[in-house]
Design a protein around this ligand. Sequence first.
Ligand code: ASP
Ligand code: MG
Length: 444
Amino acid sequence: MKVLKFGGSSLSSAERILRVMEIVSKETNCIIVLSANGNTTNELEKINKAISLGHRDIANSKIKKLKSHFKQLSFELIKTKRYFNLITSKIDEIFLELEDMVLEEHKYHNKNKILSKGELISSSIFCILLTEHNINSKYISALDFIKTNEHNEVDLKQMKKSISKLIDKNSKIHITEGFICKDQYNKTHNLTRGGSDYTASLISQALGAKSTEIWTDIDGFHNNDPRYVENTKPIRKLSFDEAAELAYFGAKIMHPTSIHPCKKGNIPVLLKNSLNPLDRGTIISNNTCQSKIKAIAAKDGITVIKIKSSRMLQAYGFLAKVFNIFDKFKTAIDLISTSEVAISLSIDNTSRLEEIVLELNKISETEIDYKQSIICIVGDDINENPGLAYKIFSEIKDINVRMISFGGSNHNISLIVNQSDKIKTINSLNKCLRPTITMSNTAK
Ligand code: ASP
Ligand code: MG
């Protein structure tokens, strides 16, 4: 059994949805995980905001626009009157709940319920489309088998039990939603933005799938950011660890949390392009091909905190105190470097920054640099290649590097630079990739 997940861009128009149907129709035993079509979740975020601010007219007009968009999309896709009527009444039913939320006192509205509508609509449309085309499939609702606990984690054992009961042996294709789930109180919840990839890999792990395919609109992981660097190339093979570093540090193609379940279950992940299905994409598995530097990824919006304390001198326990503060405010630290008198560390979630700094100031002096970027350079045994660090730093000799992290893992060097230097940095570093391209492309 395989799990195939199609992202919003693979479902953003009638033409693209028909391509997905073609891909799916060739499968004999699979679970299809669907994101919301195109930009829908962003639109639902805006509707949520308008409702919570009590801007009823704005909310209503956005709801109306989105609803007519889905009716038009269904009209383009579904040709049989009976099925078209079926999907329009389903859309009406889903939107009625949104319309009702505008009427309610805004403080009672439920954001996660609003955000869930995108996946509920895309799965409804796709199921009816397959039925119209006589493709044997069964819909199973993610709300019936994915549940988070009080730590906001999915209980895999319970998920395995629930999904196994829903699987119908006579159905070659099962369709479900990505992203959405229930919380411990049985309220609609989600796995955070971009979380459909995580749904797919959780299902793979729960059911021991043969592989997980993540279908997007690009030929797999690229060796640099194609938005800012010309002539980037797909990387054909990556290990789970390399992919996790790239996904976490900026490569947008898949959600970082989605690697872990597949790594645990030793389930290969294939990244494929629904607009170019013949391309072989990127395969992520326990095998990797040897090459020095494979890829560069970058993530903006990083904040660096410098924590200085004379009490650090020959003292123990200072780092523990600092980490406890970040723990208390549930803020993850990405990069860290220390000296005898100071620590610099980076975070990307600043929602609790004020509280963190207040506490840190009780034991130290702090300085904060906003608008930084992490540049992540990934390759095999990067720390066991003499001369590699020299090569990297000689390519960026004109750039002011704020922090360096090297040796944390065998396959990653991370740097922090000013966000305004990011594009120059990743373009300069691109020269380090040259010998790699031939090696990774010829590897089978
Ligand atoms: N639709 C959700 C989002 O846009 C989940 C996903 O696409 O993975 O974040
Ligand atoms: Mg995504």
